[in-house]
Design a protein around this ligand. Sequence first.
Ligand code: ADP
Ligand code: MG
Length: 229
Amino acid sequence: MIEINNLCFYWEKSYVIEGLRLNIQAGQHLFIEGPSGSGKSTLLNLFAGVLCPKKGDINILGQNLRELSPSQKDSFRADHIGFIFQQFNLIPYLSVIDNIILPCSFSAIRKQKALQRSGNLNIEAIRLLKALGLNDQALFQRSVNELSVGQQQRVAAARAMLGSPEIIIADEPTSALDSGHRDAFINTLFNECEKENITLIFVSHDTSLKKHFSNHINLTDINQIKQEK
Ligand code: ADP
Ligand code: MG
């Protein structure tokens, strides 16, 4: 499903990721931990094709990301990967619902899957919001920048889940949630992933969440940084 070989990446002077190998099976739920600054967000952005490796290969669903042009990478990501960014990346001038159904503007496959589930995109967005504990109808048409950080985090999660992409990548997705909302979040995410056999890659500082996952790794154990660039 995901095969990573000899992955290397640096930002400026020194390597952040070096010689990294990792295989992730379809349907696996992988928890990645590692200290702040160890390269977790960088790695997730490489998986999603947002960043390009300096060396090495990333194969996802049989596709080597290196073979895709930037625009092909964008459409590959839109079709197959739901990404919950650490900084959410919501569109401030769009409503909550329009942010959630945005992937359907870029992916006919995800639009089709969302319609199969609920028959209507708005209804599917509301189903996900309610499952995540956002029940207040007044919120749904509001602009996202009028929401609290914890509410925005759940909008970002609903957007990633809409249309059941084969892979969901979540970068510290519970950092702004209290324990009640965190549990609703984890339950909803796992329900969606199990129903659709979605592969989940989840990064968090909160190691109490590790017990929910079939596999876990510490980035510092698989990263082989040994040299200054
Ligand atoms: P983590 O998510 O584990 O906290 P990051 O992947 O965000 O770690 O960062 C890993 C390293 O890469 C850090 O040293 C950070 O300063 C550096 N880094 C991250 N993003 C950038 C960027 N856009 N430009 C330059 N350096 C960056
Ligand atoms: Mg990070």
